[in-house]
Structure formats: structure tokens, C-alpha cells
Design a protein around this ligand. Structure first.
Ligand code: SF4
Length: 269
């Protein structure tokens, strides 16, 4: 294990075995070790809502639309254009979450990415900034991805829901059923080689199961008509609250990386 990997493990907050009397190590230059120090932060301050307030993106924010009556809502057919899909999501009024959002959070990243990372739903900071996984959880996700050689900009990141549930409550089944077609459309456009679901909500909804996360981790699943390999791990917000599980998350990430290498013949991300 080289110094680069050591730096990434340090960023994840995973302890490394070091022989007694070993000389101190120097972090490689140019490697940014994300300054995530969950042990020193009170749990309540680790939520996305604890981030410094950013000015609302009023220019891009949607006015408070009225949701469509259930009887008038039907899923639209998938589109073959990222821009059209983004516009469709931005104007969506299919569920009550359109009434409380600042803006929709479409997803971010490389539209040719081979890795798709899927989370649950926007939090307060994501709702303000219009981007998934920002704030402390986003920093930790970036560190997790870097640990397996994936800078954030090389993957695509999206959520099950495109609008923030109030008070970060769990998504309701009817919200998920109305929003999932957008994620399915994103998957159809991206055609990822592998998917990484972070957190129970993402995993259970993608796999249509209520099995606990502990039973879904550590095995290879497949998603959709393309049978895309799907690996499950913890949500970084959970890992900030429970750093003792970072070791298990690291095992999941190594498993995902090994799976990707196997299906691509050892190709680069
Ligand atoms: S959560 Fe999804 S389905 Fe509900 S309003 Fe937002 S984009 Fe539409």
C-alpha cells in the first residue's frame, strides 16, 4: 500500500496499522486530504443543515408550484437528451415536494461517466446549491471516491429524489414512485458500467426491497434491463455519525473497484 492510498485512508478517517518505531510518514505533495474529522464534531453538527447558509439561488429557483392532482399525473416517456430531461425535472410538479423545494437537484458529473453514484435525496444545503452531496457529507463522499481512484468529476452523482423532503425525513413511497422515472431516464442516458448506491434508502428503492442495509452490503446486485452491476455501501452522512463503520465502507469500496476492474478487464475508470 503506497503513500497515496495512505493519504486517502487518512482522509476517510480509517486507522492504519503502523509498526512500532516506524518512521513518521510524509503525505505526498499535491494530495488533498479532505479535512473530515468526525470524531471531534458533535453528531447534531454533522447534518447537512449545519453548513453555513448560502444565498438562495433565486434566479434559478422555482416559484412555489402547485403539485398535480394524482388523477392528472402520468409519467412522461423517457427522453434522449440531457438538457430536455434537466428542464423536465426543473419544472416537475408531480408530488408535494415541489411546494417546499428551493430548486430541484438534478444531479452532477460527467455525462460519459462509467460510474453512477446514487444517494437518497437533497438535504438543506443541496436544496440551496442545486447540487447533490455538498457540505460535510459531500466532502466525505469525495474522499471515499478518491480512495478508489475516482475524482468526483469523473463520476455522475444523482439521487432517488430530485427535491428535498422537509426536515430531511425519509422519502414517501408515492414520492419515490413519481421521481424514479427521472433517475431511470438518467441511467438510460448515461449507461453506466457500475452503480454505487450509498445508504439504505437508495439501496432499498433500487432493489425494491425492505431488507436492511447490512444484508444488502457485501454482495453484487444488478439493476434494470441492462443488468448493471450495483454495489451497496453506507451513506456518508451516516458515516459521519458512525465513524466506526468506515472500515466496512472501505471494504465495500474495494469490492466495487474490484468489480469494475473485473467487468472492464482492468480498465481505468
Ligand atoms: S421529488 Fe421528483 S417527482 Fe416530486 S416534485 Fe420533485 S422532481 Fe417531481
Amino acid at each position: 500500500m503506497g503513500p497515496l492510498r495512505h493519504a486517502y485512508l487518512d482522509a476517510l478517517g480509517i486507522d492504519r496499522w503502523v509498526p512500532r518505531n516506524a518512521p513518521p510518514e510524509v503525505a505526498p505533495q499535491g494530495v488533498e486530504t479532505q479535512s473530515v474529522a468526525p470524531e471531534s464534531v458533535a453528531p447534531e453538527s454533522l447534518t447537512q443543515a449545519s453548513q453555513p447558509a448560502q444565498p438562495a439561488l433565486a434566479k434559478h429557483a422555482n416559484p412555489r408550484p402547485a403539485p398535480l392532482e394524482p388523477s392528472t399525473w402520468t409519467p412522461l416517456p423517457p427522453v434522449a437528451d440531457w438538457g430536455v430531461l434537466r428542464e423536465r425535472v426543473a419544472g416537475c410538479m408531480a408530488c408535494d415536494l415541489c411546494k417546499t423545494r428551493t430548486q430541484t437537484v438534478f444531479g452532477v458529473g460527467n455525462q460519459q461517466a462509467e460510474w453512477l453514484v446514487i444517494g437518497e435525496a437533497p438535504g438543506a444545503e443541496e436544496d440551496r446549491q442545486g447540487e447533490p452531496f455538498v457540505g460535510r457529507a459531500g466532502q466525505l463522499l469525495n474522499a471515499m471516491l478518491l480512495a478508489i481512484g475516482l475524482p468526483r468529476e469523473t463520476v455522475f452523482i444523482a439521487n432517488i429524489l430530485k427535491c428535498r423532503p422537509p426536515a430531511n425525513r425519509d422519502p414517501k413511497p408515492e414520492e419515490v414512485s413519481k421521481c424514479l422515472p427521472y433517475l431511470s431516464n438518467q441511467i438510460a442516458l448515461l449507461k453506466p458500467r457500475i452503480m454505487l448506491a450509498v445508504g439504505r434508502i437508495a439501496a432499498q428503492n433500487l432493489l425494491a426491497t425492505d431488507a436492511p442495509l447490512a444484508r444488502l452490503r457485501g454482495k453484487l446486485h444488478h439493476f434494470g434491463e441492462a443488468n448493471t452491476p450495483l454495489v451497496i455501501t453506507y451513506h456518508p452522512a451516516y458515516l459521519l455519525r458512525t465513524p466506526s463503520d468506515k472500515r466496512k465502507a472501505w471494504e465495500d469500496l474495494k469490492f466495487a473497484r474490484a468489480t469494475y476492474s473485473r467487468i472492464t478487464g482492468g480498465g481505468a475508470a
